[in-house]
Design a protein around this ligand. Structure first.
Ligand code: PMP
Length: 412
């Protein structure tokens, strides 16, 4: 019989490669289910950071010496690796940033400042993370542009039957998340990009919750911009990237000024490098970029289809058993979805539930998850969220269910 990719993988051996998973919290073996906030790091990534600082550390693109050449080569090799991982046509389409938030702000300032005018519309959805909402509110305040939102249905999917009336010729940009960080919904990115293109709108995909979890190819998706964070896919914090189609990046002015991004400077005036360097002012996070490339190598050795299958099985298992608990409401779609399960229990406020779990070694997240408008829409103060990654196990989910069952008794 044909074996699916995830069944050929030794998940227990992979788990052993994450030293932190041997930690205890409040005297209990750690169960880490806060992967949508940040993932843990395998030894390969930790070693890559250590190797860089022990052997190659110097500033990039500057010194005419051996270490600077090594650092520059490793940094630029990382850019190539990220570009290849995302299926970009060229490494020049890849700007290193601090992460998703900075990538989106870059587009809002550099692209938005030039191309968005009073009366134009930025189309978003009601499920956006604050990172893909606040930069557009600020742009709207600066320019007089308007924001419009695709509603979210009760089951956590987008109300796409309304898209034709929302995606009009006034829309300059349609910016939306690939995978919702509260609901686990996977949006039909390629279809949304194609529909935006048909009205002449640009597209930005917030891929924070997708690039480390499922295959993502920018050319197949047909997006103009895509933003993500390294720390949500086994990489270090403080590094991520913006993918932008070459012709669009070329048309954009700089946003941060400083070293590295200039060709020549007089006291009055400067000329700027071409992308991606035009958008990377100052000393970049060199170690972070190298660590991110190591994370990509690590993820690709396992394979994103195998990771997706494994995590989807964990999510389905968790949803089945959560539903057996008293007074439980689970958010988001029941079909194909990301490994993010948000829920509320009648008996306890999400913060109390999360603290109860923490006392037993279980790291969940409780609150609004940077989705305040979405929580308001569902009439909730927040949710408790369990989010899984490939090193998690069904045994850990069994333990979570036991803890939540105890919590239901304790709080009622
Ligand atoms: N978008 C989504 C969907 C997210 O889940 C997050 C992180 N929770 C972000 C954006 C922001 O990512 P970062 O804080 O790494 O910039």
């Amino acid at each position: 019989m044909h074996q699916v990719a995830s069944e050929r993988t030794d998940w227990n051996a992979i788990r052993e490669e994450f030293p932190i998973l041997r930690e205890h919290a409040h005297g209990h073996p750690l169960i880490y289910f806060d992967n949508a906030a940040t993932t843990q790091k395998p030894r390969a990534v930790i070693d890559a950071l250590r190797h860089y600082y022990e052997h190659d550390n110097a500033n990039v693109h500057r010194g005419l010496h051996e270490l600077s050449a090594r650092a520059t080569e490793a940094y630029e090799r990382s850019r190539q690796r990220v570009a290849q991982y995302l299926g970009a046509a060229s490494a020049d389409e890849l700007v290193f940033t601090r992460g998703t938030t900075e990538s989106i702000n870059l587009v809002a300032y550099a692209w938005g400042g030039k191309f968005v005018h009073a009366g134009d519309v930025i189309l978003l959805t009601e499920m956006e993370h604050h990172s893909n909402l606040v930069p557009w509110q600020l742009l709207a305040a600066r320019t007089g542009a308007r924001l419009r939102f695709v509603p979210v249905n009760e089951d956590g999917t987008l109300a796409l039957e309304q898209l034709d009336s929302l995606l009009t010729s006034e829309v300059k940009l349609f910016a939306f998340t690939h995978v919702s960080n509260s609901l686990g919904t996977i949006n039909p990115v390629a279809d949304l990009c194609q529909r935006a293109r048909a009205v002449g709108a640009r597209t930005l995909v917030d891929a924070a919750q997708s690039v480390g979890h499922l295959p993502v190819n920018v050319q197949e998706l047909g997006c103009d911009f895509l933003a993500f964070s390294g720390h949500k896919m086994c990489g270090p914090t403080g590094i991520g990237a913006l993918y932008g189609r070459a012709a669009i990046l070329d048309s954009m002015p700089p946003w941060h000024g400083g070293g590295e991004m200039i060709v020549s400077v007089t006291l009055e005036k400067s000329t700027f490098k071409k992308p991606p360097y035009r958008f990377e002012a100052g000393t970049p996070n060199i170690a972070g970029a190298i660590g991110l490339a190591a994370a990509i190598d690590y993820i690709e050795r396992i394979g994103r289809p195998a990771i997706f299958e494994h995590d989807a099985r964990l999510a389905a298992y968790a949803m089945e058993h959560l539903a057996e608990l008293p007074g439980m409401r689970i958010l988001g779609p029941s079909g194909r979805r990301g490994a993010i399960v948000g829920f509320v229990m009648d008996a306890a406020h999400p913060h109390d539930l999360t603290t109860f779990a923490d006392q037993r070694g279980l790291a969940l997240r409780g609150g609004h998850h940077c989705n305040q408008p979405l929580m308001r829409k569902f009439g909730l103060p927040g949710t408790t969220r369990a989010s899984f990654y490939f090193y998690n196990t069904t045994a850990e989910i069994d333990r979570m269910i036991d803890i939540l069952r105890d919590a239901a008794r304790f709080f009622s």
